[in-house]
Design a protein around this ligand. Sequence first.
Ligand SMILES: Cc1cc2nc3c(=O)[nH]c(=O)nc-3n(C[C@H](O)[C@H](O)[C@H](O)COP(=O)(O)OP(=O)(O)OC[C@H]3O[C@@H](n4cnc5c(N)ncnc54)[C@H](O)[C@@H]3O)c2cc1C
Length: 241
Amino acid sequence: MTSTTLEASKKIEVLDHGFVELIDALGSDLTVVNSARVSFGKRKTELNEADEKLIKYLAKHQHWSPFRHVQLQFHCKVPEFVARQWYKHVVGIAYTEGHGAYTVDHAWNEVSLRYVDASDFDFYTPQGGFRTQSESNKQASTDELIQNDVLMKAYTDHAQGTFALYKDLVEAGVAKEQARGVLPLNIYTEFYWTISLQALTNFIHLRTHAGAQYEIREYADALEQLTQLVVPVSYKYLLEG
Ligand SMILES: Cc1cc2nc3c(=O)[nH]c(=O)nc-3n(C[C@H](O)[C@H](O)[C@H](O)COP(=O)(O)OP(=O)(O)OC[C@H]3O[C@@H](n4cnc5c(N)ncnc54)[C@H](O)[C@@H]3O)c2cc1C
């Protein structure tokens, strides 16, 4: 990827063992401006006030295509149950038809538990207690916490027990692709994710919303901070819509 040079690796720790790291970025606010200005045969080298107004206009009037030229690449470590929610955002990771056959867009690559021994993988433990079930939203939780040390210990013991069984299976020669079936949904997985600024803004908009699960909201907040580093002006106006 031809990239905007990032001064340093940008990594934000999330939850107890997770993170989001901005690996690379293709483009900047100027990329959005120049993608739009090519219509008039113009190209700018420095962003000025008129360009900011143009970005605002593009976002307000839903001229999305200039925002798709900016691509961001992240390395993410997230609990499996968060990854499953993440993966519902199909733009950038879906199969597309090309060269007469279906090919996968190489924008999501994940650690394979067919290859890798997961015995030492991390698993997520809720910090501070369990959240109570929401009465009004059958999918959601509240901010109220249940502090129950016995249940919390049972929760972690259970996860550790599944890893112990997994290890026994692998040591007995069972294929890793089969042994992984006993691992818990709170196991951490890792993937590289490359996405356009437009699709990323949609992700952040949906996953920072109060209706989204707390754990994925934490990741969406981290993504938002990293995105603002790359395209502060575009992101501001995309959010305003
Ligand atoms: C709070 C919350 C609760 C949820 N609960 C559930 C649940 O219980 N079960 C469940 O299965 N999912 C659930 N989801 C996932 C949800 O249904 C979406 O699949 C997910 O949020 C991805 O959103 P998206 O389609 O906008 O994103 P993307 O796939 O990234 O798509 C981005 C945008 O591209 C456009 N687009 C994408 N695909 C097409 C297409 N084929 N045709 C036309 N336009 C397209 C749309 O404008 C879309 O908004 C939930 C999501 C949230 C935020």
